[in-house]
Design a binder for this molecule. Structure first.
Ligand SMILES: C[S@@+](CC[C@H](N)C(=O)[O-])C[C@H]1O[C@@H](n2cnc3c(N)ncnc32)[C@H](O)[C@@H]1O
Length: 287
């Protein structure tokens, strides 16, 4: 009883903090999407059940008050995080990422890809869900601010993309993805393969702690219902130490690890020293 009341009052408060925008619904077309060749199952990072789960959220992807609301509000934290990792923001510019090629791995419906394209980045978004790539591909036509800089979306996995592309991107981003893949080692290795030496790679993900199991899965999914129920499996969460190890084993040096916190009363995300719930990592690829 108390939790329902608490949930309702928190939801009411957070709704007021989000800027109202008209709702957009995908009208999925049957036209062909760009697809890349496939790897065999044994070398795949795809957990088919997980990808299917996210495909089912396609109609709600761009609803800022819907099940994907946390990905929308998180852009206020993660877009500047990526920007500051790629350019010196002491020089104020309208399009600070204008010369940067960025790969958004597991881009879903394109929430982060569009946020980065708005800062001028040339974004390639890839996802294992064909439905979500269709959603992203349609939605890129909605915002006039990216009319001349639309992201390119490909229905593929990073290991397949890495077979075609090496040492190309200035930045590779995997935000809220590594906790959904299988074979995290192959995932990190493939992401790094596509990155230029000197380029930077960014992850955001939940930590694997009892506290994150309680806050992200129990509270976030089951009580507050901020996250679609069943989205996370605790065993697939990865700790900052494990992710650092995978990055360093793949020729990267970890430069930053920040704790990431969410305040359900204000609806705002923040960086902090507290890494027990979620964290963000930035690493540079060595030569
Ligand atoms: C929680 S969503 C995050 C979407 C996006 N990164 C964002 O933050 O807005 C996770 C996404 O990862 C995708 N995904 C899961 N496993 C994948 C894999 N092995 N390769 C590529 N995409 C994958 C899912 O289809 C889903 O779109």
């Amino acid at each position: 009883m108390w939790s329902q009341k608490l949930t309702r009052s928190i939801l009411d408060k957070t709704k007021n903090t989000v800027f109202k925008v008209p709702r957009w619904k995908p009208v999925v077309s049957s036209r062909c999407l760009q697809t890349e060749g496939r790897t065999t199952q044994s070398q795949s990072t795809v957990d088919a059940a997980d990808v299917e789960f996210f495909s089912k959220q396609m109609n709600e992807w761009w609803d800022p008050y819907g099940k994907m609301r946390l990905l929308h509000s998180m852009n206020l934290l993660r877009v500047p995080f990526v920007r500051d990792g790629l350019v010196n923001t002491a020089q104020k510019e309208l399009y600070p990422l204008k010369d940067k090629k960025i790969l958004d791995v597991g881009c879903g419906g394109g929430i982060l890809s569009e946020g980065l394209a708005r800062l001028g980045a040339f974004v390639t978004g890839i996802d294992a869900s064909e439905d979500l790539i269709r959603v992203a591909d349609e939605h890129k036509n909605v915002d006039p601010k990216i009319a001349y800089n639309k992201p390119v979306y490909l229905h593929t996995t990073v290991e397949d993309h890495a077979k075609k592309v090496s040492n190309l991107y200035d930045g590779v981003v995997a935000s809220e993805v590594i906790e959904h893949v299988q074979n995290q080692e192959l995932f990190v290795k493939s992401c790094v393969h596509t990155l230029k030496p000197g380029g930077r790679i960014f992850f955001t993900t939940p930590n694997r702690t009892r506290m994150s199991q309680f806050a992200v899965i129990f509270l976030g999914e089951n009580v507050l219902k901020y996250i679609p129920q069943g989205a996370h499996q605790f065993e697939k969460f990865i700790t900052p130490t494990e992710l650092t190890f995978l990055l360093e084993r793949n020729n990267c040096h970890v430069e930053l690890t920040y704790g990431v916190t969410f305040n359900p009363v204000t609806g705002k995300w923040d960086f902090s020293e507290f890494q027990q719930l979620m964290y963000a990592i930035q690493a540079v690829k060595l030569s």
